[in-house]
Ligand binder design. Structure first.
Ligand SMILES: [Zn+2]
Length: 344
């Protein structure tokens, strides 16, 4: 099993995250990807860099104006505000109105919260994170059974036209859309501890991409607002969204029981190819976690994902700087590799 990674993804370097009334060090650090990259090297994974596929595959799932905005947003911010991290603080209300010509107004227009500080090299990092996902999908289309895209920053909270939850470009959605060029029905299975609200938003009215998200109940845990069990898609996409919720304090057995409901639903959908939005932030010692996932639990998920026997792009999402991040990534990815070797 190959891995895809580009060092330019490390260039996004957010400092601060405004959480529960106070600034804390931003959890989405380059170090996350460095730990996983080093683990891949240690375990002998071949790591390839992505080709440059341009912005068109990104615009296939995002508002083109949204994609274009980010390219020079930081330069515009710096011209107005100096070197400070660009953190959006003005946001449209329920009646959205219309975009402003001001960089302050535009930043808030295209970002739904304050969690995505824009730094000098953010665009380069999100661009190559998306290219990493596209490369992983294209390798799968080319016949590789499973490919791991070490994408960072993550993507699954990014809406079609709004940055959210540390995410700007939705890497998993981009990968799913790429897979659709060759496969009739694609499923996205999101096992990050937070709702895949962006992926859901992008595919909510489509019947060709099934989105299943396993996450902690949005009534009591971020992302809030989206990801309730009764959200099942709309229009042609009615029935092609499945939200499987966990409760704070749930342990491995409860998590795996709900996970298996997702496996079954994806099989019933008849998916021809699969994207895993792979978060490790369900881990019991992850700084953002409220559930009790273990390394052994991640190994079980890995085995059961391989057993689904589908062409699969693994796209990295969350998982923060807790003691077990590197170990959980190692257990999950080496289990996938070893199971694939066993099944030939
Ligand atoms: Zn997460």
């Amino acid at each position: 099993m190959k891995a895809i990674f580009d060092e330019r993804q490390l260039k996004h370097n957010p400092e601060r995250y405004f959480r529960r009334g106070a600034y804390i060090p931003h959890p989405e650090q380059p170090e996350r990807a460095i730990l996983i990259r080093d683990m891949l090297v240690k375990n002998g994974f071949a790591i390839d860099t992505p080709s440059d596929y341009g912005v068109e595959p990104i615009k296939a799932v995002h508002d083109p104006a949204y994609v274009d905005f980010w390219k020079d947003a930081h330069a515009r911010w710096r011209a107005e505000a100096g070197d400070a991290e660009a953190i959006p603080t003005y946001h449209p209300g329920r009646r959205a109105g219309r975009p402003s010509s001001s960089i302050y107004g535009q930043l808030g227009w295209w970002a739904t919260d304050t969690s995505v500080p824009l730094t000098e090299n953010t665009y380069e990092a999100i661009y190559w994170s998306a290219q990493t996902a596209i490369e992983a999908a294209n390798r799968v289309v080319g016949g590789e059974r499973m490919v791991y895209g070490l994408c960072r920053p993550p993507g699954h909270h990014a809406l079609s036209n709004g940055a959210n939850g540390f995410c700007i470009f939705n890497n998993a959605a981009v990968a799913a859309q790429e897979l659709r060029k060759s496969y009739g029905k694609v499923a996205v299975f999101d096992i990050d501890t937070h709702t895949g609200n962006g992926t859901m938003d992008i595919f909510y009215d489509r019947a060709d991409v099934f989105v299943c998200s396993l996450h902690v109940d949005p009534d009591v845990y971020p992302t809030y607002y989206l990801g309730y069990a009764d959200e099942t898609g709309e229009g042609a996409g009615q029935g092609a969204t499945l939200n499987l919720t966990l409760q704070p304090g749930d342990g491995v057995e409860a998590i795996l029981t709900r996970f298996r409901e997702g496996v079954k639903a994806i099989q019933n959908f008849g998916a021809d190819a699969l994207v895993i939005s792979l978060g490790f932030d369900m881990a019991e010692d992850d700084p953002l976690s409220v559930v009790g996932m273990t390394g052994e639990g991640f190994a079980t998920m890995a085995r059961e994902i391989v057993a689904m026997d589908l062409p699969t792009a693994l796209i990295q999402e969350g998982g923060y700087l807790g003691p077990s991040l590197q170990n959980n990534a190692e257990v999950f990815l080496t289990t996938c590799r070893d199971e694939l070797l066993k099944t030939g």
